[in-house]
Design a protein around this ligand. Sequence first.
Ligand SMILES: Nc1ncnc2c1ncn2[C@@H]1O[C@H](COP(=O)(O)OP(=O)(O)O)[C@@H](O)[C@H]1O
Ligand SMILES: [Mg+2]
Length: 447
Amino acid sequence: MEKPYLRLEGITKTFSGVAANSGVSLSISKGEVHALLGENGAGKSTLMKILYGFYQPDSGRISIDGAAAEISSPDDARKLGIGMVFQKFMLIPAFTVWENILLGLKERGIFLDRAAVAEKIREVGERYGLWVDPDARVGRLSIGEQQRTEIVRLLLGGAKIVILDEPTSALAPPEVEGLFGVIRKLKQDGQTILFITHKLKEVKAVADRITVLRRGMVVGTVRKETTTDNELVQMMLGDRGVASDVFSRTNGSSPKVPCLELREIDVAAVEGRPGLKGASLTIEPGEIFGIAGVAGNGQVELGEVILGFRPVQSGRMFFQEIDITGWSTRKRMEEGFSYIPEDPLLMGVAPRLTVQENMILNDRSKYLRWGGPLGIKQSAVRQKVQEQIDAVGFSLPQLDRLASGLSGGIFRGSSSPVSWPARPNWSLPFAPPAEWTLAPPGLRTIC
Ligand SMILES: Nc1ncnc2c1ncn2[C@@H]1O[C@H](COP(=O)(O)OP(=O)(O)O)[C@@H](O)[C@H]1O
Ligand SMILES: [Mg+2]
């Protein structure tokens, strides 16, 4: 066992009653790539934000090379050689790469002018395969280039411990390979990497050791060579195991009627968003149907067409062989169509409603007492929500929390930097119509 270089001991962090981390202990060796693996909400980002000084833990200690580390701010962390690339990048789009990098280094006073900074950027680029044009405007760069800029900025700031929070989530496959190449070179050079992910394949590709978090607690730390995918899945999901009911429905006799069929669907491109041309597909009952492609090539639009909020120019759509091309979104949802969009806080939930209220938005007429404005039937709502939770088999944050405080929103995983104004004292009868706030009505089997 290598000597621990970085130690986190007994870290606990609670957000308004929800334990994001409970008694988390973790030892990291110098020069290793250590993956933090866990489902959404497992507490990975919170733990790393504590290490980076972004949050203060309620209790627990951190030490580096045997010495206690006092980390009260990201600035303290940077001085100790800790750098973090957040899920949402922190660069200023209107500035160039070198200006952004200089800004990050200002207090150190190492660099003075463009030429010196640009030279350093090129050096680091050569060394680690982190190529980026110092004079490019950040807002014009691809996600991959912005990410490289962030990593260059950390390295020039003297980072020896590099934390990457879900770094592959917005990258195309070749960019992911590029990033893994960078991580391997950083490791060869003696850097210590903490890599947050929920994807097993990535862990297998780059990590030396893997710590699995579940519900804010460490389940265990394993070496990559001596573990299996099954073991990792079991650690991530616990007694829910692998073969959940939801995933085993595909085995059955061969179905006769397709669940959903698109025939030659054309959709116009509008306002810089792509359209669809001759989109045809058939989805069988019980099937999990994947759509692959780089972001911005019509995936979002395809989802919107299926849900009926994008007009179709030509082509037809069938649900269990019924032509639904002209159906409204409302009618489709009544038939059991639901939609989890890529930006849940922007599109899927009403941020200023509670988790519980969001859960019943689509069915709210059922819960309104006679005369609507009198309020909603709280007991019926609670019962319904509990049934849904039991059915899908995963836990939810406290039901009375506002949706805006949850992880996995617009600012993927970070707590939202938008401060929503205090919620006025109204409740569901005045909530926006369901078409604006498409909270999934729980997972329903529709065919
Ligand atoms: N700033 C915050 N305010 C309230 N709750 C939070 C905040 N940040 C995280 N949480 C909650 O803590 C838990 C862990 O979140 P997070 O650390 O983001 O998980 P992960 O990164 O593993 O997806 C979640 O239940 C999340 O809703
Ligand atoms: Mg996260």
